[in-house]
Write a protein that binds this ligand. Structure first.
Ligand SMILES: Cc1cc2nc3c(=O)[nH]c(=O)nc-3n(C[C@H](O)[C@H](O)[C@H](O)COP(=O)(O)OP(=O)(O)OC[C@H]3O[C@@H](n4cnc5c(N)ncnc54)[C@H](O)[C@@H]3O)c2cc1C
Length: 262
């Protein structure tokens, strides 16, 4: 565990902030860190800045993320990482599909892919225009960006998967990368499978140790530990994993249905 000082706090949206640390890192897009606020909790967060100063981006939800939103420049937090398996960059034309704070690991992926000369298309979704994350950042990386909002305040009124359907009707890609609500990722995979486009997903599960020892995030029935074999997985691996799109487990290992696949 390292102790890092928060160099910069960026308010991205009303409910999302990015924290840049005084820690130098060189990570793969999709890898995560375990961030510790003494007396509160230690939680995994995808790294949203991976080359140079480490950064992560937090949606205010429950106890940990709300406390994180109170952290100010100059405050110190505990950090373990980078950890886990990130996305593997493949092909020449790629498409990214991100919903809500799930765009956090896709932004550095877009930058790295563009740096390597890949053609990048990104679909970014949120409930409303003000909650869209990293649109300019991904556009500035050179990606073609499409937007979807539930209320139609930016881009199309609908879901990222509605945009994906339209794009896949006339075009194809070598690889798809997705992160966001699991139901969205299931629907992305349904479409890309039909078109034969290999897809990588970044999963969220409740973590305890973050290093593959405790088994808390092991998935039924494959036993993949999201913190160790993931959090980025291939579509083929998720097709074998019974709980993907169906349920997750809370801190007591109780199953919580996701209301996705039957
Ligand atoms: C690999 C990984 C990367 C992550 N990256 C980010 C990130 O970049 N930014 C970010 O804001 N958060 C990220 N998270 C989520 C983060 O770790 C916390 O779970 C989140 O901040 C909520 O914690 P909390 O204590 O604020 O609220 P909690 O009280 O722990 O949770 C708030 C709500 O979320 C629900 N919830 C918690 N975990 C899950 C789950 N796995 N699936 C479905 N619902 C769940 C709870 O039921 C509750 O309703 C990531 C998680 C993982 C595993």
């Amino acid at each position: 565990m390292k102790i890092a000082t928060v160099k910069k706090v960026i308010r991205e949206t009303e409910r999302i902030k990015t924290f840049i640390l005084d820690l130098e890192t060189r990570a793969m897009p999709g890898q995560f860190g375990m961030f510790w606020i003494p007396g509160v909790d230690e939680k995994p967060m995808s790294l949203s800045y991976i080359n140079g100063s480490m950064g992560f981006t937090v949606l205010k939800m429950g106890p940990f993320s709300s406390k994180m939103h109170e952290v100010k420049e100059g405050d110190r937090i505990g950090v373990r990482g980078p950890m886990g398996r990130g996305f593997k960059l493949k092909g020449e034309r790629i498409i990214l599909v991100g919903g809500g704070v799930g765009v956090a690991p896709l932004a550095p992926l877009a930058e790295k892919a563009a740096d390597q000369g890949m053609e990048v298309t990104a679909i970014i979704g949120a409930m409303t225009a003000k909650e869209l994350l990293f649109v300019d950042r991904i556009r500035n990386a050179g990606a073609e960006v499409w937007l979807a909002t539930d209320d139609g305040t930016a881009g199309i009124k609908g879901f990222t998967t509605d945009v994906l359907r339209e794009l896949l009707a006339g075009d194809t890609y070598d690889q798809c990368y997705t992160c966001g609500p699991e139901i969205m990722m299931v629907k992305v995979m349904d479409q890309t499978r039909e078109k034969g486009i290999p897809t990588q997903v970044s999963l969220h599960r409740y973590f305890k140790c973050g290093v593959g020892l405790c088994g808390q995030c092991a998935m039924d029935d494959t036993g993949f530990r999201v913190c160790k074999e993931g959090p980025c997985f291939r579509d083929k691996d998720m097709e074998k994993t019974k709980e993907f799109g169906r349920y997750w487990r809370d801190a007591t290992s109780r199953r919580i249905p996701l209301g996705g696949k039957k």
